[in-house]
Write a protein of this length. Structure first.
Length: 338
């Protein structure tokens, strides 16, 4: 009887430690300085007497981003004369007025997104106190087949043209689909603004690198990033962090054992063949080995579950320590067997 009680006490303590590890830290006292500049409102302002004069004013108010916007986002040649650039930008403004109008209806008040991003930055500072977090958000409208959400020296650059809702008609054009197929544009929702910002931060803190390591090591590295992202956004649904639909996420958890078994039975874990690896850790519409309904990037999902298991059994591990941990050690100590 005494031994049974001891087992129960140990089990309770273990469960408590796991729950304690998952408990969100109090970040309310961490101060964040964050402001938002609505660049697209200035660019599409019809009150300017001439676009050339207005571009000059833009360059005066925010020269760094204006230069980035013209050269990188609109692909304007820096060697063009000023009037040629003005004509080029004027053509873009006229053509993309409907996109701007749609964005205005959805994002006339951007403060809720700024607040959510600010909350995420509090968690970033909690886990990585020395990391210099961005202090500015700049929203903009760009080509639909071009850049979206970026992190740069200027701060978070948020392309509102990529957040107009998955059913936005222009996302279904051939031009956009060639760059952003449906399984990606399905995430062109307002809710992904904060997720994308925090993903960009994770990749800035823990940059992705070309790797010749076995697939399992790459899976665990991807899992580390997803776990860190989940700590920065502890109240965000897993399916949004993965970029899946809610149904896809539920099915992955339901068939977690079958997913892991697929890697084991096919001896994929130790492969270094990039043609195989990319099928499991890159974006894709499906995982063919698991059937038509299985989403892509399934290796990252499995890697995330391994990291969760490791952190449950090693709750004292900090996120900074997690980044540096050897993947083989994580795999061995996690004892992941769904």
């Amino acid at each position: 009887m005494k031994s049974v009680l001891i087992v129960l006490v140990v089990a309770v303590l273990f469960l408590f430690s796991c729950n304690n590890a998952d408990k969100n830290p109090d970040v309310s006292n961490i101060r964040i300085n964050l402001s938002t500049e609505r660049f697209e409102k200035k660019l599409f302002d019809t009150s300017a007497p001439s676009l050339l004069a207005y571009l000059q004013r833009l360059e005066t108010s925010n020269p760094s981003f204006t230069a980035t916007y013209l050269k990188t986002i609109l692909n304007a040649d820096p060697q063009w004369p000023a009037d040629t650039t003005a004509t080029f930008v004027n053509g873009f403004v006229k053509a993309f007025r409907p996109v701007y109008d749609s964005a205005e209806k959805i994002f006339n008040d951007f403060s809720p997104y700024e607040e959510e991003i600010g909350k995420g930055l509090q968690y970033v500072k909690y886990y990585f106190p020395a990391y210099k977090v961005p202090e500015k958000i700049i929203t903009y409208i760009g080509p639909l087949d071009g850049y979206g959400d970026i992190i740069s020296e200027q701060g978070f650059l948020i392309g509102l043209h990529h957040h107009l809702g998955r059913n936005y008609s222009l996302y279904k054009t051939e031009m956009v689909r060639e760059v952003y197929p449906d399984y990606i544009s399905d995430r062109f929702e307002p809710a992904y603004i904060v997720v994308n910002c925090m993903k960009n931060l994770v990749n800035d803190i823990y940059p992705e690198k070309e790797s010749d390591k076995p697939l399992i090591n790459q899976m665990i590295e991807k899992g580390k990033r997803l776990y860190i992202l989940s700590r920065f956004l502890p109240n965000t649904d897993d399916y949004k962090l993965m970029g899946y639909t809610e149904t896809q996420m539920k099915d992955c958890y339901k068939h977690e054992a079958a997913i892991w078994d697929m890697f084991i039975k096919n001896s994929y874990l130790q492969t270094t063949d990039k043609n195989i690896s990319k099928n499991f850790i890159d974006e894709g519409p499906k995982t063919q080995e698991l059937g038509e309904g299985a989403p892509g990037n399934i290796g990252s999902f499995a890697g995330w579950q391994i990291i969760k298991k490791y952190m449950q059994t090693n709750p004292a591990t900090t996120l900074q320590q997690l980044i540096s941990l050897d993947e083989e050690r994580i795999l061995q100590e996690a004892k992941y067997k769904p």
